[in-house]
Structure formats: structure tokens, C-alpha cells
Design a binder for this molecule. Structure first.
Ligand SMILES: Nc1ncnc2c1ncn2[C@@H]1O[C@H](COP(=O)(O)OP(=O)(O)O)[C@@H](O)[C@H]1O
Ligand SMILES: [Mg+2]
Length: 334
């Protein structure tokens, strides 16, 4: 079991309130991602759940029991630290065994859990190596193995992939998702990378300045961002946000449309502009287009084969059904 309930949880450092009162329910078995810009309080929130920081107010329940005052070791949660937190002089086996040795788990049981974790993580052949003899991805798996053997009610990850190179990050992202599918244990994962959030989460919690902007499935947030902040944060490239006559025409202060919801037309269409920059990726082409009557360029995602170049006139058809409207407060108008 791994249900975590935050009720009116707050955190201040001195007289700076980093987390204003916050409510959140994390269900058993869920993969929940906290996402938001650097400094918005993601790590603080995770550390409050782990018990590495004391709350300034409110309660944290784990499986219905008040855990607010419990020390980290009593919370049945396992925090996965970055791979460089491994002991370099110990073998993989000893690194993985370490938390069990501390907890006084008996030798036979230690062996069973190490073998099980190694098999789940494809580390069986590496148990006698030291971290220095492993790749970055393997080291990260050892760090995860050390959490698995504790058989926690939930795993807590704080940006575990941020030190890996781009290709390895994609691979590890998939491995962690697969691990979740296999273990079915609650995972709470912190990242500033909205792509990680979109690809891994059952439920995304978007944070800004310690405040929850929106909670929902990746597609919920993509389709119906509650406000301008979420609209701009979720999705890559970012949603285009336009103000002025085109927005006013639709009864809004700001109009939003994603680059993938604008089609390039061969003939005169609703919008006309000039190509500023074209990025040909092969699979897609991204155009920065200066629309007539708008100060800021918009991004358009087109087919990889579209051959338009800077300075060319471009005709565009916005998908009317996928236009978002926002009011003066930045809230989405349904
Ligand atoms: N121990 C601390 N003492 C004082 N301020 C802190 C401490 N830890 C974090 N903060 C502040 O709390 C805010 C949130 O930090 P953090 O949770 O680390 O953000 P994130 O993980 O989203 O980047 C930041 O403004 C940070 O400076
Ligand atoms: Mg952080």
C-alpha cells in the first residue's frame, strides 16, 4: 500500500513561506510527477513527504495513518538519490545491501532481495563490480536497487535523470516507467522537464511558487490547461499565445493555439505571414512565422517535407476546435 495524503501542508524557511497551504491525494500505485520551474518547491514538497524536512503546518498521512512527525526511516518510503550517491569502494551487491544492513535484515533475506532487485534491474551480471566500472545508466539502476530492497510503500525520486546525457535519459525514463508497471508501487517523481512529466506520469501536479496550478493526467493538462501558466508549461514546442484583435474576436484577452494545431495551406487561408526561421528536423519542420498584425512570431509544426524558407509567404489554417481562450486573469474560458 502506498497512499499519501497531504492536508493543508505548509512549509516556511524562516519567515519565507515556500509552500502555502496545500492539499494533495496520491493514490496507491499511482505514478505522480511534480513538475514546475526551478525553485517552485518541488524538492521541498518531496522532502516533506519523505520526512527529511519538518512541516510548518498541516498533516501528512501514509495509508490513512498520520505520519507528520515520523522520522524518515519510519515512513516506509524510499528516496532514490542520484547515482553519484553510491559508495565507490563497495561492490554493487554491497551498495544495494547497505540499507538492509542498517535495518538489520537477516542475511538470507538480504540475499533474496538483492537477487530479486538485480534481476528486475538487469544487474545480475554486475553485482561484483564497483560503481566506477559501470555506465551512468547502470549506476542509476544501482541507486534504484538500493531503494527496491527496502520494499517501500512508495518510491520518491528527485530529478534522478538530470545528470545523464540526453540519449541515456530517454532510456532510463522508459526503464523507470517499466519498473513502475512491474512493481505497481506508488512513485512520486520530481522533475522540471515537462517531457518527463508527460511521458511518465499517471497524474501530473504542476507547481508554481509552492502552489498547485493544476492536477490531472498528461492529456487532461494538454487538452484543457486551467490557465496560461499550465498552457505555456505543458507541451513542446510551447503553445502560441496571441493577444489583440484575433483573441478579442473570440471573446478572450489571450488566445492560445499549439504549433501542431496549425496547418500550412497551399492557398490563401485564415492567416497569412512570413517565414522567419525554418528548422528542418526530417520528421517535422518547425517554422517561426511573423503573422500579419502580430508583434511576436508564432511557431508552426509542419510536415518534414514542407519546403518553405525564410522570407517566404506562408498561409496557415488554425484548427478552430483546438483554440484556447483565456480571460484577463489568465484563466481558461471553457
Ligand atoms: N533549507 C532551505 N533554507 C532556505 N530556503 C530554502 C531551503 N530549501 C529550499 N529553500 C527555498 O525554497 C524554494 C523552493 O526550493 P526547492 O524546493 O529546492 O525548489 P525546486 O526543487 O522546485 O527547484 C526556493 O526558493 C529555495 O531557495
Ligand atoms: Mg529541486
Amino acid at each position: 500500500m502506498g497512499r499519501i495524503t497531504l492536508k493543508q501542508v505548509t512549509k516556511s524557511f524562516g519567515d519565507v513561506e515556500v509552500i502555502p497551504p496545500l492539499d494533495l491525494e496520491i493514490n496507491d500505485g499511482e505514478f505522480v510527477v511534480f513538475v514546475g520551474p526551478s525553485g517552485c518547491g518541488k524538492s521541498t514538497l518531496l522532502r516533506l513527504i519523505a520526512g527529511l524536512e519538518d512541516t510548518s503546518g498541516g498533516t501528512i498521512e501514509i495509508d490513512g495513518k498520520d505520519a507528520t512527525g515520523l522520522p524518515p526511516a519510519k515512513r516506509s518510503l524510499a528516496m532514490v538519490f542520484q547515482s553519484y550517491a553510491l559508495y565507490p569502494h563497495m561492490t554493487v551487491r554491497k551498495n544495494i545491501a547497505f540499507p538492509m544492513r542498517m535495518a538489520g535484515v537477516d542475511k538470507a533475506e538480504q540475499k533474496r532481495r538483492i537477487e530479486n532487485a538485480a534481476s528486475v534491474l538487469n544487474l545480475t551480471d554486475y553485482l561484483d563490480r564497483r560503481p566506477g566500472q559501470l555506465s551512468g545508466g547502470q549506476r542509476q539502476r544501482v541507486a534504484i536497487g538500493r531503494a527496491i530492497v527496502r520494499e517501500p510503500a512508495a518510491f520518491l525520486f528527485d530529478e534522478p535523470l538530470s545528470n545523464l546525457d540526453a540519449a541515456l535519459r530517454v532510456g532510463m525514463r522508459m526503464e523507470i516507467s517499466e519498473l513502475h508497471t512491474r512493481l505497481k508501487t506508488t512513485m512520486v517523481y520530481v522533475t522540471h522537464d515537462q517531457v518527463e512529466a508527460m511521458t511518465m506520469a499517471d497524474k501530473i501536479v504542476v507547481l508554481r511558487a509552492g502552489h498547485i496550478e493544476q492536477v490531472g493526467s498528461p492529456l487532461d493538462l494538454y487538452r484543457e490547461p486551467r490557465n496560461l501558466f499550465v498552457a505555456g508549461f505543458i507541451g513542446s514546442p510551447k503553445m502560441n499565445l496571441l493577444q489583440g484583435s484575433e483573441a478579442e474576436k473570440r471573446g478572450a484577452v489571450t488566445m492560445g493555439i499549439r504549433p501542431e494545431h496549425i496547418t500550412v495551406s497551399a492557398t490563401e487561408a485564415a492567416w497569412r505571414g512570413t517565414v522567419g526561421v525554418s528548422e528542418h528536423l526530417g520528421s517535422d519542420t518547425f517554422f517561426l512565422v511573423n503573422l500579419e498584425g502580430y508583434p511576436d512570431p508564432i511557431t508552426v509544426r509542419a510536415d518534414g517535407e514542407v519546403s518553405l524558407h525564410p522570407g517566404d509567404t506562408i498561409h496557415l489554417i488554425p484548427d478552430e476546435s483546438r483554440i484556447h481562450r483565456f480571460d484577463a486573469q489568465g484563466l481558461r474560458i471553457p
